[in-house]
Design a protein around this ligand. Structure first.
Ligand SMILES: O=P(O)(O)OC[C@H]1O[C@@H](O)[C@H](O)[C@@H](O)[C@@H]1O
Length: 273
């Protein structure tokens, strides 16, 4: 089921209860800012390709669970939906159930709160440990930004950070701003930047700029499959890689640890400048 959020100023977001997923974001007076693959499948057990998938309780294949965990492939429930004076807000929830406990023996509640209004989209992930033992997780808001021409895209704000290159399986230092394709740019990019914390990132494509801010999440991931990997993704069209760039707020290097009864909150905020 899809949920449409419309703020009084006309900004919109579309959500799916499949995976607790943000599918679309249109700021007031602007076009679509998220990439959503036309070949996405909306079926139980599969993740939607594009928008903002929730990776939880495991990032990628860094552990024994299915890739990126189970939150993105399970049905969530709608907790609330309302329109405010300047925005529209919805909250979706996932609680542990037989399926999650089979994979991960913990009692938990996840809430994804989405707020849209003006030129901004805020996505907040909260996790409560409802059990009587500690739990640990890694997580990400795996945001697919829509771009018109990857060649013209740069990401500022990462210079000076250490990253893990998941393709080369090696650590390196980001010396300058990141340029995608073009001269001196990189393709087939899969990097975990550690210790980003609250540093603002700026994604620029010609005159369009999207500011990406995060709180609670310590790391950030930048991913683009490039043409060869993209061709192997059944749920992406062959040219899809050139229309997207994932800039993800993540907790990977230091898993989040919650004692019984404790909570954690992480947020990614996008603003079209
Ligand atoms: O194809 P999936 O499971 O949605 O994963 C997409 C990508 O997600 C990124 O976050 C990872 O860093 C990549 O390694 C991964 O390939």
């Amino acid at each position: 089921m899809h949920i449409e959020l419309t703020a009084p100023d006309g900004a919109t977001a579309t959500l799916s209860l499949h995976g607790g997923h943000v599918l679309s974001w249109r700021p007031a007076g602007a076009g679509e800012q998220l990439y959503l693959s036309p070949r996405s499948e909306y079926v139980p057990g599969k993740a939607i390709r594009g928008g903002v998938p929730v990776c939880f309780p495991q990032f990628a294949e860094r552990g024994p669970l299915p890739k990126h965990g189970f939150a993105r492939t399970l049905p969530w429930e709608l907790v609330s939906q309302e329109q405010g004076k300047d925005d529209a807000l919805a909250v979706m929830r996932l609680r542990d159930n037989d399926e999650t406990r089979r994979l991960w023996p913990h009692a938990f509640e996840l809430e994804l709160s989405v707020r849209v209004g003006g030129r901004s989209l805020d996505v907040e992930l909260a996790c409560d440990n409802l059990g009587d033992a500690p739990l640990q997780f890694t997580a990400a808001l795996h945001t697919y930004l829509r771009v018109a021409d990857l060649d013209a895209v740069s990401v500022e704000g990462l210079a000076g950070l250490r990253y893990f290159d998941s393709i080369k399986q090696a650590e390196a230092l980001q010396r300058m701003d990141l340029l995608l394709t073009g001269e001196k740019g990189v393709l087939d990019l899969d990097r975990i930047y550690f210790g980003v914390k609250e540093r603002p990132l700026l994604v620029t494509e010609d005159r369009r700029q999207v500011a990406v801010r995060q709180q609670g999440f310590e790391d950030a991931v930048v991913w683009n499959p490039g043409p060869e990997r993209c061709a192997k993704l059944a749920d992406m069209p062959p040219e899809g890689w050139s229309e997207m760039l994932c800039v993800e707020a993540a907790c990977i290097g230091r898993p989040v640890e919650l004692q019984a009864g404790e909570s954690w909150v992480g947020r990614q905020s996008l603003a079209l400048l």
